[in-house]
Design a binder for this molecule. Structure first.
Ligand SMILES: Nc1ncnc2c1ncn2[C@@H]1O[C@H](COP(=O)(O)OP(=O)(O)OP(=O)(O)O)[C@@H](O)[C@H]1O
Length: 258
């Protein structure tokens, strides 16, 4: 499990507006890569190109290639829904289906894929909730609604829902920004565990979080408002935080701008 992502010369547009320019990068399988950079530099936009979610926005389109191992996600005939199954996503705000039970939340994707067997769904529920470090907290109330959980539990439920369909890659867009520090640490621990099986990409504004959880860090920046965001530097996280090669990276991580 866990595929490699190769992005080649990617430009990302909202209609005529080029939001992200000329990104080339490799994301190694079973690693955690953090995307950092000031607001508006295109981190989330770029992240959403990695599972073809960007094109869901009207006017959203890309030029260039995103390879998942050897498959170009944007080649003609590639099914975007299948791509999103292989490359799962967790969003900023926990978004469980609020009235659906905890178990049904976890198995929603499986049921959409036509899996109906009660036993299989139960097994998948337990396996995914264990994978998301939530099983012990909810095993006695699987029939309760998703909204009955705390924010941090809801986010782990969303991670359980994402991993239930056995993706290869997990994209996380500021998954802790709505959470308290304890829940944040729980998610960070989980990310570290999950990287044994998945390729993980996480957008974060929290420098400590990037340095705690990621193996590689990619710094994005934009020359001015209205200009496209660009990848400025990507390297081992230790290198980016201790000895970056580009002065703009150093200015950003040391809090001199952004
Ligand atoms: N739906 C949209 N339609 C048009 N432009 C958009 C849309 N969403 C984002 N943009 C623009 O694309 C650029 C990149 O936005 P994006 O949200 O990807 O940046 P970001 O780095 O993730 O920012 P933040 O850190 O604030 O979340 C910005 O100029 C933004 O205004």
């Amino acid at each position: 499990m866990g595929k490699r992502i190769d992005v080649q010369d990617l430009n990302v547009y909202y209609s005529a507006f080029k939001a992200v320019e000329d990104v080339t990068m490799t994301i190694e399988p079973r690693s955690v890569t953090a995307f950092i950079g000031p607001s508006g530099c295109g981190k989330s936009t770029f992240l959403r190109t990695l599972n073809r979610m960007h094109e869901v926005t009207p006017g959203g389109r890309v030029e260039g290639k995103v390879l998942l191992d050897d498959t170009d996600l944007y080649a003609p005939g590639v099914d975007a829904v299948g791509v999103r199954r292989t490359v799962g996503m967790v969003f900023q705000r926990p978004n469980p289906f609020p009235t659906m039970s905890i178990q049904d939340n976890v198995t929603a994707g499986l049921r959409l894929n036509g899996i109906k067997g009660k036993k299989v769904l139960q097994e998948k529920t337990e396996q995914s909730l264990r994978g998301a470090n939530l099983w012990n907290e909810v095993k006695d109330r699987l029939g309760k609604p998703g909204a009955s959980l705390s924010g941090g539990q809801q986010q782990r439920l969303c991670i359980a829902r994402a991993i239930a369909v056995e993706p290869q890659v997990l994209l996380m867009d500021e998954p802790c920004s709505a959470l308290d520090p304890i829940s944040t640490l729980a998610i960070e621990d989980l990310v570290t565990e999950l990287k044994d099986r998945y390729t993980i990409v996480i957008v974060t504004h929290n420098m400590q979080q990037a340095s705690r959880v990621s193996d590689k860090t990619a710094f994005f920046n934009l020359a001015a408002t209205g200009k496209p965001g660009r990848l400025i530097e990507m390297n081992d996280t230790q290198k980016i935080f201790n000895n970056p090669e580009v002065s703009a990276t150093e200015d950003y991580i040391s809090g001199r701008f952004g």
